[in-house]
Design a protein around this ligand. Structure first.
Ligand code: FES
Ligand SMILES: [Fe+2]
Length: 339
C-alpha cells in the first residue's frame, strides 16, 4: 500500500544534496558540464580582444573575440602557474598577457611568449571550452552532449513568436544569492506558491488558466492568461537545467541560472522589448521593476528554504502530482545525475 502512495506523491530529493560538497561535485560534472550555459550577447563582443568572463560548472572561464571575428572560450587559467588571465566580468584587452609573469597568448589561445623558458609553446596553449552563438546569444559548454542547435531545438520552437534578433535589450542585471541552484529550480518549477508569495503577480494573471507542461528531462513550459486589466500574461519556458525564456505580451526576459558553489547561485536577467521608444521608457521601466520585484520574492523564499535545508531537521518531504509535476520532472533530472 505504501508503495502506491509513494508513486502518487514522490519524495523530494534529500536535503543534503542542497548543500554538500559531494552533491555539488556530482552535479557540476554530470549536469552542468554537459549542458550549454548562456554567458552573454554577441553585441558585447564588438572588437577583437573584447571578452566576458564567468564561472562555468565551478571552472573560471572566459570568451574572447578573435581577430577573425570568431568568439572562442577558454579556461581562465594561465598554463604557467595558473593565474587568471582576464580580471573583469567584461572588458577588452589589446594583448592577452598574463598579469602574473607576462606569458603572452593570442586570442586563439596559442602561447606566443614565455620569457626565459625553454619549452615547446605548442604544448602550453590555453585549455579550450566549447563556445557557440545562437540568435545573438553566446553559449559555452565543457562537454556538450549535443550541438547547441539541437540542445536548443525545443525552446527555439516554443519561442518562435519572439524573434530575438528584432528585440532590443532594455535592461540586464544579475542577482547573486546564498541559495543552492536546485532550491531555485524547485521554486521555479511550480506555480502553487504564486498566491502566497507573489500577491502582485497573482493579481495580474488568471491562476485558473495556469498550466505546466513537461517534455522528458529537457523542457518545461508554463502558460497563464492575463486577468482582465492585469499587467501581464505569461509564457515561461525552461530549458533544463538553467536557461529560461520568460515571454510576456510586452517583451521577453532571457534568464540564465548558474550554480557558483554548493550553496550559492547567480541569476542573470536580460530583458528584451520590441522597441526602445523613449516615449515608452517609463512604462518599460515600470514593467521591468515589477518583474524584478517578483524575482526578489522568489529569491527571498528560496533563501529561507535554503536555511532550513541546511539546518538538519528536514530531510525529505513529498511532492504533489497535481501541483508539482514540474518539480517532479526537475528532481528526476537531478536524481538521474546522482545514479
Ligand atoms: S602564471 Fe601566468 S605567467 Fe605566470
Ligand atoms: Fe515564484
Amino acid at each position: 500500500m505504501s508503495e502506491v502512495i509513494a508513486h502518487v506523491s514522490p519524495e523530494t530529493l534529500p536535503a543534503e544534496w542542497y548543500w554538500s560538497e559531494e552533491a555539488w561535485q556530482v552535479e557540476r560534472r554530470e549536469i552542468w558540464a554537459k549542458h550549454w550555459v548562456l554567458i552573454g550577447r554577441e553585441a558585447q563582443f564588438a572588437a577583437p580582444g573584447d571578452y566576458i568572463s564567468t564561472v562555468l560548472a565551478g571552472y573560471p572561464i572566459f570568451a574572447i573575440k578573435g581577430k577573425d571575428g570568431t568568439v572562442r572560450a577558454f579556461h581562465n587559467a594561465c598554463r604557467h602557474r595558473a593565474s587568471p588571465l582576464v580580471q573583469e566580468c567584461e572588458g577588452h584587452v589589446d594583448r592577452l598577457s598574463c598579469p602574473y609573469h607576462r606569458w603572452l597568448y593570442d586570442f586563439e589561445g596559442r602561447l606566443k611568449g614565455a620569457p626565459t623558458m625553454e619549452i615547446d609553446k605548442d604544448e602550453y596553449g590555453l585549455f579550450p571550452v566549447h563556445c557557440a552563438v545562437w540568435r545573438g546569444l553566446v553559449f559555452v559548454s565543457h562537454d556538450p552532449a549535443m550541438a547547441l542547435e539541437s540542445w536548443l531545438e525545443d525552446i527555439a520552437k516554443a519561442a518562435l513568436r519572439y524573434p530575438l534578433e528584432e528585440l532590443q535589450l532594455a535592461r540586464e542585471f544579475t542577482i547573486e544569492a546564498d541559495v543552492n541552484w536546485k532550491t531555485y529550480g524547485d521554486n521555479y518549477a511550480e506555480a502553487w506558491h504564486i498566491p502566497t508569495i507573489h500577491p502582485g503577480l497573482n493579481a495580474s494573471i488568471d491562476m485558473a488558466s495556469y498550466k505546466i507542461a513537461t517534455v522528458g528531462h529537457t523542457l518545461q513550459s508554463h502558460m497563464a492568461d492575463a486577468r482582465d486589466g492585469g499587467k501581464t500574461d505569461g509564457f515561461w519556458v525552461w530549458r533544463l537545467p538553467g536557461l529560461f525564456f520568460n515571454m510576456y505580451n510586452w517583451g521577453m526576459n532571457v534568464a540564465q541560472l548558474e550554480p557558483t558553489g554548493p550553496r550559492s547561485m547567480r541569476l542573470t536577467y536580460r530583458y528584451f522589448t520590441k522597441d526602445l521608444d523613449p516615449a515608452k521608457q517609463e512604462e518599460r521601466d515600470a514593467l521591468i521593476d515589477w518583474a524584478y520585484m517578483v524575482a526578489k520574492e522568489d529569491i527571498d523564499i528560496c533563501k529561507a528554504v535554503q536555511k532550513n535545508l541546511e539546518a538538519g531537521i528536514y530531510d525529505r518531504g513529498r511532492l504533489s502530482s497535481v501541483h508539482e509535476n514540474g518539480v517532479i520532472q526537475f528532481q528526476e533530472l537531478v536524481a538521474s545525475a546522482h545514479r
